[in-house]
Design a protein around this ligand. Structure first.
Ligand SMILES: NC(=O)c1ccc[n+]([C@@H]2O[C@H](COP(=O)([O-])OP(=O)(O)OC[C@H]3O[C@@H](n4cnc5c(N)ncnc54)[C@H](O)[C@@H]3O)[C@@H](O)[C@H]2O)c1
Length: 355
């Protein structure tokens, strides 16, 4: 790795633009160690007025579509060509919606430096159709690009981070040199980071919380009592932990009490994108596809896709009965059961058979 390390942000949505700005400001204080330009890959879009999104970002220093009214530092450069954006990068920060990860990594094959490393901020995973095992974003990046991949998740609603409102995040890393670089680039008085070796569990928690946040939205849309809403979150969180343990044993149970665990779930269940979409669905009976298409200005809901992957995985393992909150979340998204079924099924949760 060269002494002046180059950083590329792979993605330029709401979170991608925010983190590009965050890192862009940070490297200005680290001039000897980091290249001062942050290259942000931006999938080109023509805006309503006919202008190109990359040109608008580079002229106005604002992502008017995905992060409006937030000025980005001038050292963030939006680049429409993916291979050009990652060329010579030592650190690749992946922050695109998870459904585009495989295709994006395929396009990047043999185009990244062999001694680079990646970190994924992406919430979501796949289930391998042949093996019915989880296929994590970090694993896809690692195996396709042949570089190490860390993960960073937490209660990080982009707009609040862009406003410099205090938050924290959990980083999964097994290499102290990489951890130090991430600390240098991300840690600030209003954005504190903590490290664990559990790259995969951190990532799985980040994906799963979107599904349980939807369940909180269904419950709120149905005007369930506070006790019931709290029960949904507790039982959902229990299912998140049990699901992680199907994949790997955690280095310490404390990981679930970190920002990537309980804190991200609380933040998302208070009013995140997936919560709001689910609440609207329960209130109006509109489908989630319709809400995503009509109300979100191009932003994507991660919860329904993750609910499907989780359902497929659990069904393949014959474990759906052990995870009724995840099961019902998927069936509601599909329109196969009414949201109220989620509340009615709580009384039979397997948690009550144990104690
Ligand atoms: N927004 C947040 O507050 C937040 C916080 C933490 C983590 N995340 C996670 O970060 C990831 C990215 O979310 P976001 O909020 O930055 O995105 P977003 O939903 O705001 O934007 C959608 C992005 O997808 C891109 N896109 C569309 N088609 C594409 C394609 N074919 N290939 C590649 N990219 C394509 C668009 O260019 C746009 O940048 C998600 O996994 C999300 O869960 C988001």
């Amino acid at each position: 790795m060269s002494s002046s390390k180059k950083i590329a942000i792979v993605g330029s949505g709401n979170w991608g633009s925010t983190i590009a700005g965050h890192v862009g400001e940070k490297v200005l204080q680290l001039q000897d160690e980091y290249d001062q330009q942050i290259v942000m890959w931006c999938k080109e879009e023509i805006l309503d007025d006919g202008s190109k999104l990359t040109e608008v970002i580079n002229e106005k220093h604002e992502n008017t579509k995905y992060l409006p009214n937030k000025i980005l530092p001038e050292n963030v450069l939006a680049v429409p060509a993916l291979d050009e954006a990652v060329k010579d990068a030592d650190i690749l920060i992946f922050v695109i919606p998870h459904q585009f990860v495989k295709q994006t990594c395929e396009e990047l094959k043999s185009k990244v430096k062999s001694d680079a490393f990646a970190i994924t901020l992406i919430k979501g995973f796949y289930v391998d159709e042949e093996t019915n095992e989880l296929l994590l974003v970090s694993e896809i990046i690692k195996s396709t690009l042949n570089i190490p991949c860390l993960s960073m998740m937490g209660a990080n609603i982009a707009k609040e981070v862009a406003d410099k409102v205090f938050c924290e995040a959990t980083v999964g890393s097994r290499d102290s040199r990489h951890s130090e670089i991430v600390r240098q680039l991300i840690d600030r008085p209003y954005f504190r980071v903590r490290f664990y070796p559990d790259v995969e569990i951190i990532e799985i928690l980040g994906a799963l919380k979107n599904v349980i946040a939807m369940c909180a939205g269904f419950a709120d849309g149905l005007k369930a009592g506070f006790n019931t809403r709290a029960a949904i979150l507790r039982l959902g969180f229990r299912e998140m932990i049990n699901f992680c343990r199907l994949h790997a044993k955690e280095s310490s149970p404390d990981i679930y009490l970190e920002s990537c665990g309980i804190a991200d779930l609380i933040a998302s269940a208070l009013g995140g994108r997936n919560y709001n979409g689910a609440k609207k669905m329960a209130e109006t009976s509109r489908s989630l596809e319709d809400i995503e298409r009509e109300d979100l200005n191009g932003q994507l809901l991660q919860g329904p896709g993750t609910a499907k992957e989780v359902y497929t995985f659990l069904k393949g393992k014959n474990l759906l009965d052990q995870f009724p909150v995840f099961r019902d979340a998927y069936l509601i998204c599909q329109g196969q059961v009414e949201p109220k079924q989620l509340l009615e099924n709580l009384t039979h949760h397997p948690e009550y058979n144990e104690k």
